[in-house]
Design a protein around this ligand. Structure first.
Ligand code: SF4
Ligand code: SF4
Length: 107
């Protein structure tokens, strides 16, 4: 299968599945960057911006004009991937407070 076609199917499948989830937005972010300054590893060392590419819920956005990462924590599906894969250990990702965040349906 062509790479572009496969990428299209994966994208469509992920977005379709994300569309079946429900969230309850917490007023308190459960994710933040340890260092979001102009000297942070995001701004000065991290070429690949792994968080932007690995997060299935598009929580992280690189804003080149501001030289910083924006964290849309309310979209998080709590998979834990970003915290494991940040090459500079710059992400704090806990659980949303009780009853908040994503709601999974089973059955
Ligand atoms: S992967 Fe880590 S260091 Fe790189 S941009 Fe994201 S938070 Fe910053
Ligand atoms: S825990 Fe998963 S869904 Fe949440 S921000 Fe990290 S990679 Fe994205």
């Amino acid at each position: 299968m062509e790479e572009n076609k496969l990428a299209g199917i994966i994208k469509e499948t992920t977005e379709t599945k994300l569309g079946t989830l429900e969230w309850k937005k917490s007023p308190n972010p459960h994710i933040h960057l340890k260092d979001s300054s102009a000297n942070s590893p995001c701004a000065t060392q991290c070429k690949d911006k792994t968080c932007v590419t690995v997060c299935p819920a598009k929580v992280y956005e690189w804003h080149g004009e501001k030289n910083s990462i924006v964290v849309n924590y309310e979209n998080c599906i709590e998979c834990g991937g970003c915290r494991m894969l940040c090459p500079f250990d710059n992400i704090v990702c806990d659980w949303p407070e009780g009853g908040m965040g994503v709601k999974y349906k089973y059955g």
